[in-house]
Design a protein. Structure first.
Lengths: 137, 821
């Protein structure tokens, strides 16, 4: 993947984390993967001087303590963080969630499919997007 | 003497003075007469003193006569003694003179009667006959005797002289004094012309008579006519009655006697031996007799004329009165005739039956209506008697004994009035009224009976009373409060329910304003409202039911349902208000609305719950699915074909559960989200849906007519058509699928249908298919969640429509739904 930038996965479900890891491995994506459980941890990670800013954030909306929308509101106010592309990866088909997400400038909104093979397809799409899209930085 | 009182003494004094005056005048008169004897042609030939004494006696009351006569007698005796006569001669003359006047007075008083006025022939003739002739001739014997015995005079010439002198005195002086004494007041009525005429009369007569009697008679004028004095006397009598006659007579007598005594005038030549004065006196006596008689006749005539005139006046007045009375009577008769015909006319026109009965029970009068209303047979009516009609009448009555009792009563009290209600056997009711007929003088003519048919009034009255009792009972037992007011808003009735509702008794509020039942500010506004209504007729309450608030006696306020209606009775406006306490209903409404809120909140929580739960369920489900598929991939050789199949089934069930959860989410989302409603063109909407569904080629979707535009939420309407169409497509079992869509206009809604030629549904499932998670096919054949039609039903109902199905198994189903226009 792009310039070996890291990927930040905000996900509390271990199976989903496994799914993402497995799919990335299957798609031969070798970029470093950082995993945090929720929005709060994600903010701490992003604001930690020791960590480089990730090239992309995969965000689950339904996380404990601080959910994805709340997290988005904060980073999109933060000049240092607001340009990092965020792709929502969620089970929610709610219209309101989609509206809120796009209003907060997400790069994409992906539904986690039940079927693993379909899930792999989703990740493939994200990879494709991330590979082709020009990024600031 | 009886005169012992002061007034008695005064009377006596007056009488003595009167008597003294009489004596003095008598004496003076006698003196003049005696002086006259000394004249050349004289002799004792005039003696007015006797005439004066007679007049004095006639004018005096009888009891004074003795005193007058005694006084005159005494004076005469003294006077005679004074001129040198002997006592015997003096007494003789006094006796003769006094007795002639006294006798004449007595005779006149005895036979003619007092008082004498000489105004009638009988009195004049009485004076001549009784006084001058009878009394005078007798007493002349006494005087002649005194002359003969005392002076040796021959008897008959003395008698003659005495008789003539005293007689002429009586004939001229007595009437003069009497008439002047009694008729003095007639002078007062003299007018100026009459007074002038009187003076002219006296002057003329004196001059005229003087022209005859005042001349010396010679041979050449022997035919001087003494009777020319008669026209003068006639003049005096005609113009001045008795007073003129006696006065002129006395004046002329003086002139005649005076001139004759002086040797002048016609009588001087008459006789040598008879004294001319005697002749003159004979003439005068005739003139006096004639004049007095004439005057009396004239007076009588005038009196008679006056009487006749008075009688005539009386008569004509009486006549006039009589004529007026006749006219009055005639008018009264006409009036009576008019009244009678009017009465007859009225009594025929009137609706009452009228019968007048005499005290003897005969019919005096009756009108046609009386016979007709009683339906009285001819033989009863023609008897014209109550003796016949009453027994017949009693037979017609239901209550004859009451009427009999009343008949007994009016028989005993003929002046009483009566009133009774008679019920006839034929069902009619008469009101019978009777009154006595009597004049002002209480003359009893009989009794009038009036009959009035009040059957209808009676029935109306009863019906009215029944209806009033019914409505009163209704009002009194009504659960609702019923209050009536007059047009000014004053309470006129207040039923028990209203009393219970407001806590006032009827007595407390009747007559008071209705606004005492209202809380502030309605209480203050009510008067103005009523005024507004009366001025403008704009109704805010009347005829319209409203929820308002009322105030009880204890001040508590409660909600009530009020309807007011306006009633006009006999031009009077009044209002009826019906009141229902809606405290409980209000409470129930409040409870309901609270329940609804709670329910809504629970429902919302439930929806949220369904959403959250299903959302959270999906994560582990997906994990299970993923793990199962990894196991199948990673451990394929170890599992074997059996294990592989089991893992496939596991993944299949995970997918199904996922679909179910999606269904729940979709269903709950429909209830949760609300879009703005807008006008939606269903033709466009349907086209989009069909495109989205992408139906297989063998299914033909046909729009049978242009669909209308309806007001609704776009997304839901899409879901509605989408579910119906996808169902039809999904279950299509025919090689050539046919789906028809169309709409028809109902009165206030559109009715749509989606028809297919699919498998159809049995009637017993029609209710079930619209329930959540109900499917009719095995899940392994059709992956169906059973959410679609439940969603359809929910959407239609959210749009206030209805949905139903008609279907024939094997031929197809038609789904109908309505959406409001």
């Amino acid at each position: 993947m792009k310039q070996n930038k890291s990927i930040l996965l905000v996900e509390d479900d271990r199976v989903d984390v496994l799914t993402v890891k497995r799919a990335l491995k299957e798609l031969k994506v070798l970029n470093p993967l950082s995993i945090v459980n929720n929005g709060e941890e994600a903010l701490m990670f992003l604001r930690d001087e020791n960590h480089e800013h990730p090239g992309i954030i995969l965000l689950d909306l339904n996380t404990p303590r601080m959910n994805g929308i709340e997290f988005l509101r904060i980073i999109k106010q933060d000049p240092a963080l607001k340009r990092i592309p965020v792709v929502v990866l969620t089970t929610s088909k709610e219209e309101q969630d989609k509206l809120d997400s796009f209003s907060l400038g997400v790069a994409g909104y992906m539904i986690k499919p039940v079927d693993y093979l379909q899930f792999v397809e989703v990740i493939r799409t994200i990879k494709l997007y991330w590979t082709l899209s020009e990024l600031s930085d | 003497m009886a005169a012992t009182t002061p007034s008695g003494w005064r009377t006596l004094g007056r009488e003595l003075v009167g008597v003294g005056l009489i004596a003095l005048v008598y004496l003076a008169s006698a003196r003049i007469s005696l002086w006259f004897v000394a004249q050349p042609q004289g002799g004792v030939v005039v003696w007015p003193a006797t005439g004066f004494l007679l007049a004095s006696l006639l004018l005096s009351p009888r009891q004074n006569w003795r005193l007058i006569i005694a006084t005159v007698f005494f004076v005469l005796v003294v006077a005679n003694l004074g001129v040198g006569n002997s006592l015997a001669v003096s007494l003789g003359f006094a006796l003769a003179n006094c007795s002639e006047a006294a006798l004449a007075a007595w005779l006149l008083e005895r036979f003619i009667g007092a008082p004498l006025t000489f105004s009638c022939l009988r009195e004049v003739l009485g004076l001549v006959g009784l006084a001058v002739i009878l009394s005078n001739s007798m007493t002349a014997f006494l005087g002649a005797a005194v002359f003969a015995l005392g002076f040796g005079s021959p008897f008959w010439p003395a008698w003659q002289m005495w008789w003539v002198a005293a007689g002429v005195g009586m004939m001229i002086v007595t009437p003069l004094v009497v008439v002047w004494w009694t008729g003095l007041n007639t002078l007062k009525s003299f007018t100026w012309p009459r007074a002038v005429e009187a003076v002219l009369l006296l002057t003329t007569s004196v001059i005229f008579v003087q022209s005859i009697f005042g001349v010396e008679v010679g041979h050449d004028n022997v035919f001087l006519f003494p009777y020319v004095i008669l026209p003068v006397l006639v003049w005096a009598t005609l113009r001045f009655d008795l007073l003129g006659a006696v006065t002129t007579l006395a004046l002329l007598a003086v002139v005649v006697v005076w001139n004759t005594g002086r040797g002048l005038g016609p009588f001087v030549l008459w006789s040598a031996d008879t004294a001319p004065v005697l002749a003159a006196q004979a003439f005068l006596s005739v003139a006096a007799l004639t004049t007095l008689t004439f005057a009396a006749v004239i007076t009588e005539h005038k009196q008679a004329k006056l009487t006749v005139q008075e009688a005539y006046t009386n008569l004509s007045r009486a006549n006039q009165q009589l004529q007026a009375e006749i006219g009055e009577r005639k008018r009264a008769q006409e009036e009576l005739n008019f009244q009678k015909s009017l009465l007859e006319c009225q009594s025929e026109a009137i609706l009452d039956g009228i019968l007048m009965v005499s005290p003897q029970e005969e019919w005096l009068f009756y009108n046609r209506h009386f016979i007709e209303m009683w339906r009285m047979p001819d033989e009863v009516a023609q008897a014209r008697s109550s003796k016949v009609s009453i027994p017949w009448t009693l037979e017609q009555l239901v209550n004859p004994e009451q009427f009999s009792a009343q008949l007994d009563f009016v028989a005993k009290h003929p002046h009483a009035i009566s009133q009774i209600e008679l019920r006839l056997k034929d069902g009619r009711t008469f009101e019978r009224y009777s009154a006595p007929v009597q004049s002002e003088g209480e003359v009893h003519f009989g009794r009038v009976w009036y009959d009035r048919d009040i059957t209808q009034t009676k029935q109306t009255e009863e019906a009215l009373r029944d209806s009033e009792i019914r409505s009163r009972a209704l009002v009194n037992t009504a659960v609702d409060g019923i209050i009536t007011t007059d047009k000014g808003g004053r309470i006129t009735s207040f039923n028990p329910a209203a009393q219970h509702l407001f806590g006032y008794s009827a007595d407390e509020v009747i007559g008071r304003k209705i606004n005492i039942l209202m809380p502030t500010p309605y209480r203050e506004e009510h008067d103005r409202y009523m005024l507004d209504y009366q001025m403008t007729g704009v109704r805010k309450m009347i005829g319209i039911g409203r929820e308002v608030t009322g105030q009880r006696k204890d001040g508590t306020i409660f909600p009530l349902d009020l309807s007011v209606s306006e009633i006009r009775l006999g031009g009077q406006r009044s209002f009826t208000g019906i009141i229902r306490d809606i405290s409980e209903r209000k409470q129930a409404e409040a409870n309901q609305s609270q329940l609804l809120q709670e329910l809504e909140s629970v429902n919302r929580e439930l929806n949220d719950f369904a959403y959250v739960v299903s959302h959270d369920l999906k994560a582990p489900l997906r994990a299970i699915g993923s793990l199962a598929s990894w196991l199948a991939t990673d451990y394929a050789e170890k599992l074997g074909p059996e294990g592989q199949e089991q893992l496939d089934l596991l993944v299949g069930r995970v997918k199904r559960m996922h679909a179910l959860i999606d269904g729940i989410l979709q269903y709950s989302r429909v209830a949760r989200s609300r879009e703005e409603r807008e006008l939606v063109n269903l033709n466009y909407l349907l086209a989009e849906v069909v495109e989205m569904l992408g139906p297989p080629a063998q299914v033909n979707i046909k729009l049978e007519n242009d669909l209308p535009s309806v007001t609704g939420e776009v997304t839901r309407l899409q879901q509605l058509f989408q579910n119906l169409l996808s169902n039809a497509i999904k279950f299509m079992d025919k090689p050539q699928g046919e789906i028809r869509i169309g709409s028809t206009a109902l009165e206030d809604a559109w009715q749509f249908y989606v028809a297919d030629n699919g498998p159809g549904i049995e009637g017993k499932h029609f209710g079930k298919i619209f329930q959540l998670f109900q499917t009719l096919t095995p899940r392994d054949e059709f992956e169906s969640t059973g959410v679609g039609l439940a969603l359809v039903k929910k959407i239609v109902e959210l749009h206030n429509g209805k949905v139903w199905i008609e279907s024939t198994v094997g031929q197809g189903s038609t789904f109908f739904f309505t959406l409001p226009k």
